[in-house]
Write a protein that binds this ligand. Structure first.
Ligand SMILES: [Zn+2]
Length: 375
């Protein structure tokens, strides 16, 4: 059997152009390198899995590359690049402050700072989760950050920018990484699937991307998991089953039931959901999210708040048009209350069914002050 490499590792970007979802930021970094306008310290901010550490490694490799491409990328062929790619380069030092945050870890790092590069131009020190350094480690680091040797570049990364003190912020060039959009993730997952000889329905990749909550690394791990259990043929059905996600078709049927004030249909759908082993609170929150998504999809101004592929956005926008805005506000209010009352309720099934009944009555003419449908 050939060696299996997990996708998150196999498809880790090795050039700025292969970083997913951070085009503007990587272009700026490339320009700074090409123009030799390098700062001594950078702060990379953003949630987990958006490419901060990958970009820091690519940056370190690119500034030391001896034959950068016309496009400003590392060549991946020169001696320095090969050392970087094989993990042998002495010009990159990484400290994970989440697990090594003490003064001794910092002292070891500062000692390294004093050593000039034997090969290449710069030594790059990456401190991940820099906000987790202990106070003593932090103070020791500040002195070095104030006057680093000319060959040293610090790249600090954090998921919690608000915890970084002004003394650090003022000494760093700050880069804010975006959450990766569903479209970008689906594109990248399609590319990986194609490369791996795996067939995948776009809707299934959408489910995976959404489950990954903005983190490309997580999306790739989930992709591997679903690919393994669906034997190389990732369908929408296999993805939702594998990830234990509620199929949107339940919610679509519920919306139809609310529109036609069909309480019986709503209760039947809920019963099916329970038969599939889903918890009632999970169901209430899933429905709340779906209704919220429909609401933002309904208006061109808010449709960008819907984390979905363009196809899904269009489909949900069409579905939402037949419902008045007030329906969404009231439905969200009812579902919000159901969520709040859930834990204290002694009969959770009753609470959920009552919630569905209220939702079925929302469009009833006897419910006052609702604007007509389609407005
Ligand atoms: Zn190179």
């Amino acid at each position: 059997m050939e060696n299996y490499i997990v996708s998150a590792r196999k498809y880790r970007p090795s050039t700025f152009n292969t970083v997913v979802g951070q085009k503007a930021l990587t272009a700026t970094l490339k320009n700074a390198i090409a123009g030799d306008r390098l700062a001594h310290a950078y702060l990379f901010c953003g949630s987990r899995g958006v490419g901060k550490t990958s970009c820091a490694r690519i940056f370190a490799k690119t500034i030391n590359c001896t034959h950068r491409t016309a496009d400003g990328e590392a060549c991946n062929e020169c001696h320095s690049c090969q050392d970087f790619n094989s993990g042998r380069s002495l010009n990159i030092i990484e400290l994970d402050a989440a697990s090594h945050n003490g003064i001794d870890d910092m002292k070891a790092l500062i000692e390294q700072v004093q050593v000039p590069p034997t090969d290449g131009r710069y030594r790059v020190f990456i401190i991940d989760e820099v906000h987790m350094l202990s106070t003593a480690a932090f103070n020791a680091f500040l002195k070095t950050l104030e006057e680093p040797p000319s060959y040293v570049i610090f790249i600090l990364a954090t998921t919690e920018k608000h915890k970084i003190i002004p003394t650090i912020l003022s000494r760093c060039q700050i880069y804010d990484f975006n959450r990766i959009t569903i479209n970008d993730m689906v594109d990248h997952l399609s590319y990986v699937a194609h490369n791996e000889g795996i067939t995948a329905e776009p809707a299934a990749l959408g489910v995976i991307a959404r489950h990954a909550d903005g983190a490309m690394r997580d999306a790739l791990s989930i992709f591997d998991q679903v690919a393994a259990s669906s034997r190389g043929n990732i369908t929408y059905a296999s993805a939702i089953e594998n990830l234990n996600v509620l199929d949107n078709s339940y919610f679509e049927r519920l919306i139809d039931a609310f529109k036609s004030e069909d309480v019986r249909q709503a209760l039947v759908v809920y019963s099916e959901v329970r038969d599939h082993g889903f918890d009632s609170l999970f169901f209430i929150n899933g429905l709340a999210q779906y209704i919220r998504d429909l609401m933002v999809a309904r208006d061109p101004l808010t449709v960008k708040l819907l984390e979905a592929t363009d196809d899904v956005r269009l489909e949900m926008a069409n579905r939402a048009q037949s419902l008045p805005p007030e329906f969404f506000y009231r439905a969200m209010n009812i579902l919000g209350n159901a969520d709040l009352n859930f834990r204290s309720s002694s009969n959770k099934q009753f609470l959920t069914e009552l919630t569905l009944i209220k939702l079925c009555q929302l469009l009833s003419p006897s419910t006052p002050a609702m604007t007509p449908r389609g407005s």
